[in-house]
Design a binder for this molecule. Structure first.
Ligand code: SAM
Length: 255
């Protein structure tokens, strides 16, 4: 019998192979200002090697590679169609310092201390065992190197956990969105240090079926207001806060 985590990953693969190639994806997910700030945090330098975990359409990987053409950037993801398209885009753009690999980010196939920095944007909530993934990130990062992370966060006043119940209705391998403080604590527990943080936002629409409508109808208006939920006809529009954090990998030996 397939383990539930494997079903989650397969759902993400199938969903993102379609979504990442759609025309809507860039308009929702390309927040240029936040991307540039994350690349500032990564600070790629000539001769350095950088990992973009769960690279998707390669937004972070292409931005990092463009910032320092003498750095090497590797993007990994389970979505094979996206990886194939990213490779083609890199060839078309003559971007020689970027490489895309099909890889499950739950088990990073790289030697210890390979990377001078790492990015992980909008993907943490798809990973079922964060303790394991963060320990592996720590392993492949050189001690003291930056890890720039961005993901949607649950509002602390969202007691019914609307955000996770809403996202779980989409079959895309959703695991869990954390509050900002819980997310930071997960990294601290693995020895990562917080160096800087800022908030940004992601706004999107979702086509409503009966399950979405029932969930929204069940929520107190003040909870819906936390995410600026607006229903119009067959669609809902929502805004999620995104936490962007610059962590530093611990300088010492693994815990
Ligand atoms: C919302 S997209 C974000 C993509 C990209 N990081 C960005 O900033 O646009 C989430 C990505 O996580 C990937 N993903 C989910 N689980 C994964 C895993 N176990 N290993 C690698 N990639 C994974 C999906 O295939 C998808 O590309």
């Amino acid at each position: 019998m397939t383990h539930p985590n494997e079903r989650t990953i397969e759902a993400a693969r199938l969903s993102f192979n379609e979504e990442l190639l759609s025309a809507d994806y860039p308009s929702i997910h390309h927040d240029d200002e936040a991307v540039e700030r994350l690349v500032d945090w990564l600070a790629p330098r000539a001769g350095g090697t950088y990992l973009d975990l769960a690279t998707g359409a390669g937004v972070m990987a292409f931005a990092a590679a463009a910032r320092e053409p003498a750095a090497r950037v590797i993007g990994v993801d389970i979505a094979d169609a996206a990886i194939a398209r990213n490779r083609e885009a890199a060839r078309e753009q003559g971007c020689a310092n970027i490489e895309f690999r099909l890889m499950d980010g739950r088990s990073l196939d790289f030697p210890d201390a390979t990377f001078d920095g790492m990015t992980w944007r909008y993907a943490l909530h798809h990973f079922p065992d964060l303790e394991h993934t963060l320990a592996d990130a720590r392993r492949v990062l050189k001690p003291g190197s930056p890890f720039a992370v961005a993901d949607a966060v649950r509002h602390p006043a969202d007691e019914p956990d609307f955000i996770n119940r809403f996202q779980a209705l989409k079959p895309d391998g959703h695991v869990r969105i954390y509050t900002a403080e819980a997310l930071v604590e997960l990294f601290r527990a693995q020895g990562f240090e917080v160096k800087a943080r800022f908030a940004s936002a992601i706004t999107f629409t979702r086509a409503l079926d009966a399950d979405y409508r029932a969930l929204i109808a069940d929520m107190p208006p003040e909870v819906l207001d936390l995410y600026r939920v607006k229903v119009a006809g067959d669609e809902a529009r929502l805004t999620f806060e995104v936490l962007n954090v610059r962590f530093l990998a611990p300088a010492g030996r693994p815990l």
